[in-house]
Design a protein around this ligand. Structure first.
Ligand code: TA6
Length: 300
């Protein structure tokens, strides 16, 4: 016997729920609950600070020392990096999108219990250096976490060149025990070794010191095997040509005032974006759409 969807009454507890509240530092945030998971998004930086599946430990790392101050980046979660990646003379690191309060544009609760939140980057003085553009960010929460960053060149006559990156901090049981796959055979820029270009020859990348690598033309799925937390994290993506892998290790961790000295042991960044040689140039009216799906499976 088939039952039409309309005949199936969705119980309230099966719908996704969104709660607006003041988070750390009194910064406004959304708390999202679905039948499978919970998530937190701060309007500051459209910053996802947590995603946690029921009966699993948090997927994302958030520093215990993070600042929650308007205009300052949150340390951990998923910083939205735009319109540039890395340092810029006199302009700071990783663009200004993560420093601004984004506007909440739309909330969608799907009949299956998924919740989607669309946020928009408002105009700001720094944007005057660029052609007119819009930046929309859609976060979808269900059994996994899907992030979509859509940049549109609203100019009628000028190209818009930029970099973007979802700088995701993953929570791991012990960074020296994880293995990262999906990068074998790719070239990478080793910024720790003076930005020299190398080739990834190992089947899996292990972390035993500071790692800060940009893998250009890296479009495939990356997996993080975490034996301590008995899970495999998958980073699947479309519209992203670059992967960045980062762990600050001991010395850099100590230099970061918004990061605990020992916290390098519990995190790794696997970032999805379009940076360096993969930067994007949009023609007038053109759009880019980067979609990243973060999921996890339990290791038997
Ligand atoms: O993505 C790696 C990286 O560029 C590292 O070089 C390190 O600076 C990290 O980003 C964190 O940057 P942040 O500006 O958030 O401290």
């Amino acid at each position: 016997m088939t039952t039409s969807a309309s005949a199936v009454k969705t119980k309230p507890e099966d719908l996704g729920r969104v709660t607006f509240l003041d988070g750390q530092g009194e910064l406004p945030m959304l708390e999202i609950t679905t039948p499978w998971s919970t998530a937190e998004i701060y309007l500051q930086g459209a910053h996802v600070t947590q995603f946690k599946k029921k009966d699993e430990s948090p997927l994302l790392f958030l520093s215990q020392c993070s600042r929650f101050v308007e205009g300052q980046p949150i340390r951990g979660g998923i910083p939205v990096i735009f319109p540039w990646f890395g340092p810029r003379e006199g302009l700071g690191q990783h663009g200004y999108a993560r420093l601004k309060a984004w506007d909440l544009k739309e909330l969608t609760q799907a009949p299956d219990g998924s919740v989607s939140v669309r946020l928009g980057l408002p105009g700001c003085p720094e944007a005057s250096a660029y052609p007119a553009y819009t930046a929309d960010y859609i976060v979808t929460v269900n059994q996994s976490l899907t992030l979509q960053l859509i940049i549109t060149n609203q100019s009628r006559d000028a190209a818009f060149s930029f970099e973007d990156c979802l700088h995701t901090y993953f929570d791991v049981g012990d960074v020296t025990a994880i293995a990262i796959s999906g990068l074998k055979g790719l070239s990478y820029i080793d910024t720790v070794a003076g930005f020299v270009e190398k080739t990834e020859t190992s089947d899996t990348l292990r972390i035993a010191g500071e790692v800060d690598r940009i893998y250009p033309n890296s479009t495939g799925t990356v997996a993080i095997f975490d034996p301590r937390l008995s899970r495999k994290i998958l980073v699947e993506k479309q519209g992203s040509a670059s992967t960045v892998v980062w762990n600050p290790w001991i010395a850099k961790a100590r230099r970061m005032s918004d990061f605990g000295d020992e916290e390098y042991e519990r995190m790794v960044c696997v970032e999805s974006g379009n940076v360096a040689s993969n930067g994007i140039s949009l023609p007038p009216g053109g759009s880019s759409n980067m979609t990243v799906k973060l999921s996890s499976v339990t290791l038997k």
